[in-house]
Design a protein around this ligand. Structure first.
Ligand SMILES: Cc1ncc(COP(=O)(O)O)c(C=O)c1O
Length: 442
């Protein structure tokens, strides 16, 4: 009788020698790793950035989908153009006009969310070792894409007005002096993820002036621009220049992310390359999703819906700011976003947001530690607190729990002595003058 062999599990990946070198820089997103804790019902999650879709007119969307299938199903469920469908590209021109952009449907390519537009742009421009300048802190998903193409990310500091143009200039000059190619500057001018900072109009103009002078492309990533909560949206940087800017937009925050429809608006020569890249990546972006969103834009008061979204997110933002005011211990500071989804908090010196997250989980509250948003280990005293998903009451309760966790941590440190973080320990308020070095690659 043969004894069945027990499969021996090894912890070593047998394929390790076969992987492409570009996979070495890839790591699980900090946000994803947190979901196991953050998704438990007893935990108030200030971690995820999920929009609150429940406030969409779901019955209306349901009827649009059903009518679409019965009237144009075979077309809507077939392959389409790699550039995306013409009608939705026309409608996107009207969406972008709200932020002062004049564009033609021909200059737009549809992508699977703006995340894929980031991927297409990065694969089109980046050879391993090329420099991408990225405002600090930056969207974790963009940093992941830049790492996947082996770019060298050099952070450019922001203050409460947005990227500091002079720091952008210095970073470009320093990289070029080292013989490096600076391929583009990445910025989220409206309600930066994670800091919530809004770049002022003057800064947009000054940044563009430096970009033109030094001939550096700007990637303007703008998923949150229409979710301005306290004032009308500012003109996009792309509205001031057609050639120096590649603009990325998305329906994820103003409609729903599950359809995965975003876009890039690029100068004609770049657009041709992006279409080729899209062809090899997906053949075409999801046709059905484009048809649904197109029908929604034609048949529903989508601008009125955005106003409703603003009211809903404003009450959540206000609940968070009230909660922080009421519950944070002395020494903690935070941004006061005028839109978007996020508040960026800075802990007193000696505290480490990565370490604190386990204690916060025991108080049943979750956030994303700041280090996720830097390519170079900064951000250990920062936390991203999102107010987009839980109800205002839960958000307020979350800040109360966070305050308790922080007080306990601070009490322990006062009793046993302050343990300094071993990492570089800077906050947004202090990142002015942060390093522009090229790290190990210099
Ligand atoms: C700044 C920024 N860019 C891009 C994205 C990707 O969005 P999507 O791919 O859903 O359009 C996000 C998502 O949260 C984001 O915050």
């Amino acid at each position: 009788m043969t004894v069945p062999q027990k499969r021996v599990e090894t912890r070593i990946d047998p394929y390790v020698d076969a992987y492409a070198s570009r996979t070495r820089g890839l790591k699980a997103s900090a946000v994803r790793a947190l979901f196991a804790v953050a998704n438990r019902p007893e935990v108030v999650s200030l971690a995820g950035g999920m929009p609150n879709i429940a406030d969409l007119p779901l019955d209306v969307v349901g009827s649009l989908v059903s009518e679409l299938i019965s009237t144009r199903g075979p077309q809507a469920m077939n392959y389409g153009s790699a550039q995306g469908e013409e009608p939705i590209r026309q409608q996107i021109c009207q969406v972008m006009a709200l932020e002062g952009i004049e564009a033609a449907a021909d200059d737009i390519i549809i992508s699977c969310g703006s995340q894929q537009a980031l991927d297409l742009v990065t694969r089109t421009f980046i050879d391993p070792g090329d420099v991408i300048l990225a405002e600090a802190p930056s969207y974790v998903g963009a940093l992941g894409t830049f790492a996947a193409y082996q770019a060298q990310v050099v952070h450019v500091p922001m203050d409460d007005q947005g990227i500091i143009p002079e720091a952008f200039r210095q970073a470009t000059v320093a990289a070029r002096a080292k013989g490096r190619q600076v391929k583009f500057l990445y910025t989220i001018p409206n309600f930066n993820n994670p800091s919530g900072i809004l770049m002022t109009l003057e800064r947009r103009q000054a940044l563009l002036a430096v970009a033109r002078e030094l001939d550096v492309l700007i990637i303007e990533d703008n998923p949150y621009g229409l979710l301005a909560l306290d004032q009308p949206p500012l003109p996009a940087i792309r509205s001031m220049d057609h050639d120096q800017v590649i603009y990325l937009g998305s329906f994820s925050k103003t409609f729903a992310p599950g359809f995965r429809v975003g876009w890039a608006l690029a100068p004609p020569a770049v657009l041709k390359k992006l279409v080729l890249a899209q062809e090899s990546a997906t053949l075409c972006p999801p046709v059905f999703s484009q048809f649904v969103i197109s029908a929604y834009l034609s048949n529903w008061d989508w601008q009125g819906q955005i106003v409703k979204f603003r009211d809903m997110y404003r009450s959540r933002r206000d609940a968070m700011l009230r909660g922080l005011e009421d519950h944070m211990p002395d020494g903690v500071t935070w941004t006061h976003p005028k839109g978007g989804f996020f508040v960026w908090a800075t802990l007193p010196e000696g505290l480490d947001a990565d370490q604190l997250s386990a204690r916060a989980a025991s108080y049943r509250v979750a956030y994303v530690p700041g280090t996720a948003f830097y390519a170079d280990g900064l951000g250990s005293r920062n936390m991203r607190l999102s107010y987009c998903f839980p109800t205002p009451e839960r958000i307020y309760e979350g800040t109360r729990r966070l305050g308790e966790a922080l007080r306990e941590e601070m009490g322990l440190r006062a009793t046993f002595g302050l343990v300094r973080s071993t990492k570089r320990d800077q906050s947004t308020a202090e990142i002015v003058g942060a390093s522009h070095q090229l790290g190990g690659a210099s």
